[in-house]
Design a binder for this molecule. Sequence first.
Ligand SMILES: NC(=O)c1ccc[n+]([C@@H]2O[C@H](COP(=O)([O-])OP(=O)(O)OC[C@H]3O[C@@H](n4cnc5c(N)ncnc54)[C@H](OP(=O)(O)O)[C@@H]3O)[C@@H](O)[C@H]2O)c1
Length: 340
Amino acid sequence: MNLSTQALGTTGPHVSALGLGCMGMSALYGDADRVESIATIHAALDAGVTLLDTGDFYAMGHNEMLIGEALRTAPAAARDAALTSVKFGALRDPDGGWSGYDGRPAAVKNFAAYSLQRLGVDHIDVYRIARLDPDVPIEETVGAIAELIEKGHVRHIGLSEVGAETIRRAAATAPVSDLQIEYSLISRGIEESILPTVRELGIGITAYGVLSRGLISGHFTQDRTLAANDFRGMSPRFQGENLRHNLGLVEQLRKIAEQKGVSVAQIAIAWVLAQGALHDAAIVPLVGARTRARLTEALGALDVTLDAADLAAIEAAVPADAAAGERYPAAQMAHLDSER
Ligand SMILES: NC(=O)c1ccc[n+]([C@@H]2O[C@H](COP(=O)([O-])OP(=O)(O)OC[C@H]3O[C@@H](n4cnc5c(N)ncnc54)[C@H](OP(=O)(O)O)[C@@H]3O)[C@@H](O)[C@H]2O)c1
């Protein structure tokens, strides 16, 4: 199947209009089903999704090994078309703890060497540090990726959750394909300065949290019990009164979805897709589907057309600053260069 494609910035690869974020298949949203996860990656490739996003720290290499297995067992044509987008830099411990970020050039090359092995590929298509390492100038981290490009181990440089000044410094060092950052109906912080900056510099956006981690998917409920290892259990937007308020916004969105005969998740994804055209920017949503059913629903968003009246109704239902609660707990907000 052919999905429409999108150039990821002026120097980046052409990727499918929707990418598949594989994080939840290994980490952060409670347990996932390995067989179904691999079937979902295969179904995505079969449907024409070419961009697979991961991080080496998602369950300490587990997510990369899962993708490696899916690629090994996929038809050759699908495997050849697949593009890997890999984040590195987060430091973990054997108990699953997090202990900062490492963007030193030697560390970048070390992380890449392991990722290539785990993925079973001879190059990574887009490579990026997950969070700015405050102790290492971005020029050094990006410069190390540029060296990996020269040697053929990486194709493109990406960025993640950094603000306008860091984006400019990185782009002045070497060509940057895309910035990966949270963007959704209820996380619109990029619109003020980040989006104009990437547009000016010819850098694309790979948007994550388009469904706000399931919160605005239409499937999340107030009484859902979360596993101890589920990030949402400590995410401010999923707590008590905040959750009640945020699910109220989803019910407003549901009315619009029902009128259009589509699902809430499809409206939320289609809204992000529509922002690309509105802001004249290359925006590719990464959807976190980890079952074939969720993937099918997400792909259906590509067939949803939102006209000016629809967009106005959506904005009225979910105004820009309507969400209750920050998008990360305070300790994690502190790591976000994009929020400074
Ligand atoms: N750069 C960064 O800092 C960063 C941070 C986070 C994530 N990411 C990347 O972005 C990707 C996407 O992020 P995300 O997983 O938070 O995004 P998301 O798509 O907003 O959330 C995924 C969650 O939404 C739920 N969902 C409900 N309906 C869905 C549907 N039709 N399609 C997809 N998901 C649906 C899933 O549900 P179930 O519970 O039913 O599975 C899953 O829990 C990640 O996989 C990761 O690769 C990057």
